[in-house]
Design a binder for this molecule. Structure first.
Ligand code: NAP
Length: 283
């Protein structure tokens, strides 16, 4: 068993999947949860994902060995700071936020002593939010990135063991390196998918035409444009200083392809597309 008392704060897609996965794999003796939404809490209880839904954050964390904060990114640091004040000193507090630098920096400012804080990010998800979309096997074979900070200490091992138990391949890197990597691998593709969907729907005259004639290319490329807009607003803003250069990079590449097209340079266009196809196929 990886932990005794597991506390999950936020029972949406990710928190719900953590609770279900921990339950299915016997990773915790007892799972307690707290969520602002009574509906999510009831669903989780009914699904047997948690033993108890606590009426407050303090009640949820009072006897925890490991607290996983799985709320929207902007709420993580304030909740983790509140949890720090009410969680046993030997416990570990961790999170699942898609951005890491701002969260870890705020938690680094905590005084020494008390529970450790270990930043974390599961690289698994879906475009649907909420407990209804949670799955116990969501993290199987997925990468999980630990971004240690000044207050992480031995907590890194606890978090490593827990997420390995959920089936993840665990990596450790500094928060800023994480945020740069995921500006490219996740945040940029989401903004690109939203922008492409917007341009195409405007270009073809609306969703009715698109629905009638859509093929795999448009569907595949734009799947993630169905993601939660509030979540992607917050992630984009929080990682703005690293996402802006990534966006500029993409715009430069589009501009380059546009230039070849405008010049009618089919030979060079083929060379470039062939190079990119080879890189993509090697992934
Ligand atoms: P979600 O499905 O919307 O779940 C978030 C849950 O947290 C909701 O039940 C929400 O309740 C609750 N909540 C919000 N504020 C709270 C608060 N102050 N106290 C207690 N509960 C609160 O979101 P998610 O997709 O699971 O994302 C959660 C975190 O995981 C985010 O930080 C995100 O960056 C990260 N993440 C997401 C994905 C993904 O693909 N979705 C992948 C990796 C990491 P209400 O509905 O009532 O607001």
């Amino acid at each position: 068993m990886a932990v005794g008392n597991l506390s999950v704060v936020g029972l949406g897609l990710i928190g719900g999947s953590v609770a279900l996965g921990a339950r299915e794999r016997g990773l915790a003796r007892r799972v307690t949860a707290f969520d602002l939404s009574p509906a999510a809490a009831e669903e989780a209880l009914a699904a047997g994902a948690v033993d108890r839904v606590a009426p407050s954050l303090a009640e949820c964390c009072r006897e925890a060995d490991l607290v996983i904060v799985a709320v929207p990114v902007m709420a993580i640091a304030p909740l983790a700071l509140q949890a720090h004040a009410v969680t046993p000193p030997a416990a570990v507090i961790s999170d699942v936020g898609s951005t890491k630098t701002s969260i870890v920096t705020l938690l680094d400012a905590l005084p020494e002593g008390g529970p450790s804080f270990v930043g974390g990010h599961p690289i698994a998800g879906r475009e649907n939010s909420g407990f209804a979309s949670a799955r116990g096997d969501l993290f199987q074979d997925a990468p999980f990135v630990i971004t240690p900070g000044a207050r992480s200490g031995q907590g890194v091992e606890v978090v490593h063991r827990f997420w390995s138990g959920l089936g993840c391949r665990v990596h450790v890197m500094p928060p800023r390196q994480h945020d740069r990597l995921f500006a490219y691998l996740s945040h940029l593709p989401h903004l690109a998918a939203y922008a492409l969907t917007d341009a195409v729907l405007e270009g073809v005259g609306g969703p009715d035409t698109a629905r009638t004639f859509t093929g795999g290319g448009f569907r595949d490329f734009t799947r993630i444009a169905a993601s939660d807009p509030v979540m992607w607003r917050d992630i984009s803003l929080d990682n703005r200083d690293l996402l802006l250069p990534a966006l500029d990079h993409l715009i430069a590449r589009l501009d380059f392809l546009r230039g070849l097209l405008a010049a009618g340079d089919g030979a060079e266009l083929e060379v470039v597309l062939t190079r990119i196809r080879a890189a993509k196929r090697s992934l």
